[in-house]
Design a protein around this ligand. Structure first.
Ligand code: ADP
Length: 496
């Protein structure tokens, strides 16, 4: 069950549209669905078997008591009802508490990672953030404990009252059995049999009802699973159009705002990207450059306007097939805890067929690999046994190699050189010109050395395209691009 649920939930998350990743409630539900799967699945199975077990016991005691007086059975059930009510209420309370706390618990988990992960520990130590984080975690748990103390006290009082009520009813029933047996001149053996049966009926009934209350906790968990299951996923791709290559991408009056935001991140943008050309997207932080890339990748849909791929609407294209033609490196690229080869190959099953040499060479990794005894089979990340650690720039080169290895029609490079030295950057840019010029290349970079190699520069400001042309045209225009370029040039001169 655990494997089945985890598999189902993770498969679901793979199909979620990008907008859902901006919604924290999805993270909360997915987290409950995965972390509680063992506890709730085992709990459900346990409860079902216990219910069957106590059910059989109850029936056998009922059979004995029904011959004596059926009203005793009704009274016994009646006595146990308040305790059942309290248990159901308590379970519901704890489950709701878990739901309200799940975001904080996720927050705590994230903070714990900052305290133990290799890549975070330097900064955590330097700024003494460890104490701040520990204090925050302590405060969270203290507030949970103080809330729980009150709730536990309340539930305990209610439970004691319910048990007292049940004991009173039991006393009443016992007195009744005794009086009735004496008036009917029943033998002592029968009196003991009825008294014992009633006592056993009561304890089995209590256990039975407790299991029912526990099932309710599992039912609440199933509701979370249902919510996760009902989240809208990317619609079926099967019937959508497949492409054999990417010839052009066109933006027609595209505007876009992120879910729940009123401000447009992209405003009425019209652009054309054509095969065989390299484009540089330039602008200040927050201008909308990465958003433009996300729209090209179909991760979000424009609010108005349309994006055309080879003249066809992007939302009518089969995305899985589209992605086969794209190589990308993002600012927050992923470091996979695999070997170098495993990091570069996107499909681990086809390792024999692929030659990743060119990609590694073009990304400037050959020298490094030569020095490693296991070459491309070297495991990465020191936090896993046998792994070695790379510098941030070397990791970025691995991500570049992954992108090159696609040999794609569309190559998207979002700040690909942020951690790479200028010598390596120049070398990689030269390799792109030599080996990867056939398709559409889109760069986002602040480095004018790489911007100037673009056939066309697109300047974005506050979500709008404000300038477009070759490097020399934009320099002549003396607009925003010229301003940015001059600033970088002046900085270099000042240093010189
Ligand atoms: P940049 O030009 O630096 O790449 P972005 O395209 O990342 O800028 O961001 C453009 C604007 O959109 C910024 O104001 C940013 O705050 C906002 N933004 C980016 N991602 C999201 C998101 N997931 N949800 C809401 N707003 C976002």
């Amino acid at each position: 069950m655990n494997l089945f649920i985890t598999d189902k939930v993770l498969n679901k998350t793979l199909k979620l549209p990008m907008q859902k990743y901006d919604d924290s409630s999805i993270y909360n539900d997915v987290n409950i669905a995965i972390t509680r799967s063992t506890q709730n699945c085992m709990g459900l199975l346990d409860s079902i078997t216990e219910i069957l077990y106590y059910g059989v016991e109850i029936i056998s005691f009922i059979v004995i008591l029904i011959y004596f007086d059926w009203k005793i059975i009704i009274l016994s059930v009646f006595g146990a009802l308040p305790a059942l009510y309290v248990s159901i209420k308590a379970n519901k309370h704890w489950f709701i508490k878990l739901n309200t706390r799940i975001e904080k618990l996720r927050h705590i988990d994230y903070l714990k990672e900052l305290l133990i992960k290799n890549e975070y520990i330097k900064e955590t130590k330097l700024y003494n953030m460890g104490n701040k984080i520990l204090k925050y975690i302590d405060n969270c748990f203290e507030s949970f404990i103080s809330q729980d103390k009150k709730a536990r006290k309340r539930i305990s009082i209610k439970r004691t009252v319910a048990q007292f009520f049940d004991e009173m009813i039991t006393l009443l029933i016992k007195a009744w059995i005794l009086l009735l047996c004496l008036s009917q001149h029943q033998p002592v053996g029968s009196i003991v049999l009825y008294l014992n049966s009633q006592e056993n009926l009561k304890s089995s009934l209590m256990a039975f009802l407790n299991e029912l209350a526990r099932i309710q906790d599992n039912v609440l968990y199933l509701q979370v699973l249902k919510r996760v299951d009902e989240v809208e996923v990317i619609c079926e791709e099967a019937g959508k159009q497949k492409i054999s290559s990417i010839e052009s991408i066109e933006f027609r009056n595209v505007s876009f705002s992120y879910p729940g935001q009123t401000v447009m991140a992209i405003k009425n943008v019209s652009l054309m990207f054509e095969r065989g050309k390299t484009y540089s997207v330039v602008g200040l932080n927050g201008a909308g450059k990465t958003t433009l890339l996300k729209l090209i990748l179909g991760l979000y849909t424009p609010v108005t306007g349309e994006i055309l791929l080879n003249g066809l609407k992007l939302d009518e294209i089969n995305m899985e097939n589209y992605y086969l033609h794209i190589g990308a490196i993002f600012q927050d690229f992923i470091k996979y805890p695999f070997t170098i080869e495993g990091n570069v190959l996107s499909d681990l099953d086809n390792t024999q067929d692929k030659d990743i040499d060119l990609a590694l060479q073009c990304a400037g990794l050959k020298e490094l690999i030569k020095k490693l005894p296991k070459g491309i089979k070297t495991k990465l990340m020191r936090e896993w046994s046998g792994g070695i650690e790379l510098s941030q720039g070397q990791w970025q080169k691995i991500a570049i190699a992954r992108c090159f290895n696609r040999n794609a029609d569309l190559m998207i490079l979002d700040e690909p050189f942020s951690a790479i030295d200028i010598e390596s950057e120049n070398c990689i840019v030269k390799n792109i010109k030599q080996y990867f010029q056939g398709g559409i290349n889109i760069f986002i970079t602040h480095h004018f050395s790489s911007i100037s190699m673009a056939d066309e520069v697109i300047v974005i400001d506050n979500g709008r395209v404000i300038e477009q042309g070759t490097h020399s045209q934009l320099i002549e225009n003396k607009g925003k691009y010229f301003e940015l370029y001059s600033e970088q040039l002046n900085t270099l001169k000042n240093i010189g």
